[in-house]
Design a protein. Structure first.
Length: 289
């Protein structure tokens, strides 16, 4: 009896210590493709699935998650990196049901951290192991800061748009990630797709070329429609997942969140016929590119 209770306690304790936050870095080759919009909305969508999420603004040059959420944080990463605050002390809970760690906008010297500062900081992040997910919004491009965040994360989401320049830069960043971290799980989101067909075609193109020419496996995480509710919500400083929950963009992000947390989408389960007809009409879809 006592032995059984002890064993149970041991198993429970091990379980507790083994709870690890899954970190997902959101990055891109080209700037302005929608990393921050996706990071914020994805974090909210995961929280709407009853998962605990921290959103880290790791864009050390032009941090703006707090702007999208309409908050003015007192402390941010600057204070952490300068050793004035502990990471835990700068976490803010926002009404959207997520926690955020605000970035250090305007402190451009932070954009080129010393190796040791970077490592200390990444270690402090990995010590925060209480949540289900941490979404890390990074800057664009192949700087060492961006790559460090990407390499530290369990998975990386590369965001592209259908624009040829964004696609080319997506290959570039995929190649850099794979050369520094060959085992990294790389997933792709096509943002601002004009149609389902366009979203799928762009994803297939990137995935095929990464497979054929770079020998890198990239997973298709889906697409987000081009949707005027996205810039509208930025102007209103209220995320579209909350202010326009039924919008095309919100629906796409909810599907992506379901894929991430491996949950069969309510939408899929509750709309078998819709899916049936969608599948039936694949190919009839017009592609306006
Ligand atoms: N799905 C979408 N539909 C329409 N507009 C979008 C969509 N996603 C993002 N945008 C718009 O694109 C612009 C850039 O978005 P965002 O700031 O999220 O990009 P970013 O990749 O984080 O940029 P940066 O590289 O500067 O960090 C914003 O004005 C945003 O409103
Ligand atoms: Mg951004």
């Amino acid at each position: 009896m006592d032995q059984a209770a002890n064993l149970r306690r041991l198993v429970l304790e091990t379980d507790k210590t083994q709870k690890k936050t899954k970190t997902i870095a959101v990055t891109s080759g080209k700037g302005g493709v929608g990393k921050t919009s996706l990071s914020v909305s994805l974090a909210i969508a995961l929280a709407q699935n009853n998962l605990s999420v921290t959103l880290l603004d790791a864009d050390l040059g032009l941090a703006n998650i707090n702007v999208i959420l309409g908050i003015i944080p007192k402390y941010n990463l600057y204070h952490v990196i300068k050793g004035k605050k502990k990471l835990k002390e700068v976490i803010i809970e926002v009404p959207e049901g997520i926690k955020i760690i605000a970035g250090a906008s305007g402190f451009h010297q932070l954009a080129n951290l010393e190796q040791k500062q970077r490592m200390d900081f990444i270690k402090a992040i990995s010590d925060l192991d209480a949540d289900d997910y941490m979404i890390v919004d990074t800057g664009a491009g192949v700087s060492q800061n961006v790559l460090s965040f990407v390499i530290a994360a369990d998975e990386v989401i590369v965001v592209t748009t259908p624009e040829p320049t964004a696609i080319t830069d997506a290959y570039g960043i995929i190649k850099s990630i794979a050369s520094q971290a060959p085992d990294k799980i790389i997933k792709l989101v096509v943002n601002r797709a004009q149609s389902v067909a366009e979203g799928k075609r762009v994803a297939q193109r990137v995935i095929n070329i990464a497979g054929q020419f770079l020998n890198i496996k990239v997973e298709d995480l889906g697409f987000v429609f081009d949707d005027s509710n996205v810039p509208r919500s930025v102007r209103n400083q209220k995320p579209f997942m909350v202010s326009y929950p039924k919008s095309r963009a919100s629906t796409c992000v909810a599907v992506i969140a379901d894929k991430i947390c491996n949950k069969t989408s309510e939408r899929e389960r509750g709309s078998g016929l819709t899916n049936f007809f969608k599948n039936l009409f694949v190919g009839v879809e017009t592609d306006d590119e």
